[in-house]
Design a protein around this ligand. Structure first.
Ligand code: UT7
Length: 336
């Protein structure tokens, strides 16, 4: 029997209209454009300001665009996975809500939370449903309203995060393209450095947790930074080596966009040039589960069939991983 592989056949994305600049942030907390650009590399981030809207707002728009670009009817989709750390509600899953908003009815859908590695975890999970032959059109969407858990009184975290969503369509192929290999890892020891203290079953919401601002992101930046560089680079090198990819034969590294210095240090440790790295952190900030598809979406017209691409992530958990994709189509031919 011919072995099936999973290939990405389209990309959609959406960021909300409102742009939060470093200058505006400097009026909210004691910071400056100069500090944020030097230490993080973010100039602006998009924020959902629409009343009563959550992550499904941006997620549904990204999926809608994906379906239109790929001429896919919602009825054809048989699975949708939403990677998010900011679901609309604790339950039901944001994936169910996105599916309803775009008219996907013949599918099952669920959320996946793996911190900033969520999109890569979801992509790997989705690919298994295709490789075993049970599913033919699968949507993976990373959707976040990070602004709903950012403390805009905490200068150490509020410049970092932004809102947005990106989605890909996955289909089976028997060609020598698609998702070739991935390695995912996690180590819960990292939870002490990056978490949300209240709002879960350990510490349900109460007046006290609200007063203590415990529903916001808690992060110890430096340990997260160190883990991110070494884990993201080392797992990428491992996946490259076991597939015979060298820095010379690599077309693109698509790294999680958490900090410009993390991206640069990762590329250096991997021995690859900055021109091989997709970087848009300055415009969107860290959109958690949406960073990877937002990069693929922006670079789509430069991607060529057969390009060797490494996707790499690191996030809360800790979670990390890398995926080797042999790109499946010429992006310049895609209708805008
Ligand atoms: O995607 C999820 C994974 N998350 C990450 O990858 C984040 C990883 N960590 C980082 O990106 C960096 O550690 C941060 C951007 C969070 C912080 O940068 P840093 O270079 O590690 O700074 P720091 O925490 O060591 O702080 C240095 C100084 C401190 O002042 P003192 O104690 O030296 O007087 C901070 O209070 O910078 C101060 N500081 C700021 N100053 C101006 C912290 N935030 C700000 C700010 N503006 N926004």
């Amino acid at each position: 029997m011919t072995k099936l592989r999973t290939t990405i056949t389209g990309i959609g994305a959406f960021v909300p209209d409102y742009i939060l600049t470093n200058d505006e942030l400097s009026k909210m907390v004691d910071t400056s454009d100069e500090w944020i650009m030097t230490r993080i590399g973010i100039k602006e981030r998009h924020i959902i300001k629409e009343e009563g809207e959550g992550s499904s707002f941006v997620g549904a728009k990204a999926v809608q665009q994906l379906l239109e670009k790929t001429n896919t009817s919602p009825d054809e989709v048989d699975l949708l996975i939403c990677a998010t750390v900011t679901p609309d509600h604790q339950f039901p899953a944001t994936a169910n809500i996105i599916s309803d908003k775009v008219g996907i009815k013949n599918a099952f859908s669920f959320d996946l939370n793996a911190g900033c590695s969520g999109f890569l975890y979801a992509l790997t999970t989705a690919s298994k449903f295709i490789e075993c032959g049970s599913h033919k059109k699968v949507v993976v969407v990373g959707a976040e309203k990070m602004s709903s858990i950012v403390d805009y009184q905490d200068r150490a975290t509020c410049p970092i995060f932004g809102d947005g969503a990106g989605a890909v369509l996955l289909e089976p192929t028997t060609e020598d393209i698609g998702i070739v290999d991935s390695k995912l890892q996690s180590d819960g020891v990292g939870r002490i450095h990056l978490h949300q203290k209240a709002g879960g079953s350990v510490k349900p919401s109460s007046h006290e947790t609200i007063d203590a601002r415990e529903h916001y992101i808690y992060q110890e930046g430096q340990p997260v930074f160190k883990w991110a560089v070494s884990k993201m680079a080392d797992v990428s090198i491992e996946v490259m080596e076991r597939n015979g990819i060298t820095p010379e034969t690599l077309a693109w590294l698509v790294p999680h966009q958490a900090n410009m210095r993390i991206i640069e240090a990762t590329a250096k440790r991997m021995g690859i040039k900055k021109e091989q790295v997709m970087i848009n952190i300055h415009r969107y900030g860290n959109t958690t589960s949406a960073t990877l598809p937002l990069c693929l979406w922006e670079w789509e017209d430069q991607l060529k069939k057969g390009d060797n691409i490494i996707l790499a992530t690191f996030g809360a958990g800790f979670t990390w991983g890398a995926m080797y994709v042999k790109w499946g189509y010429d992006g310049k031919d895609v209708k805008k």
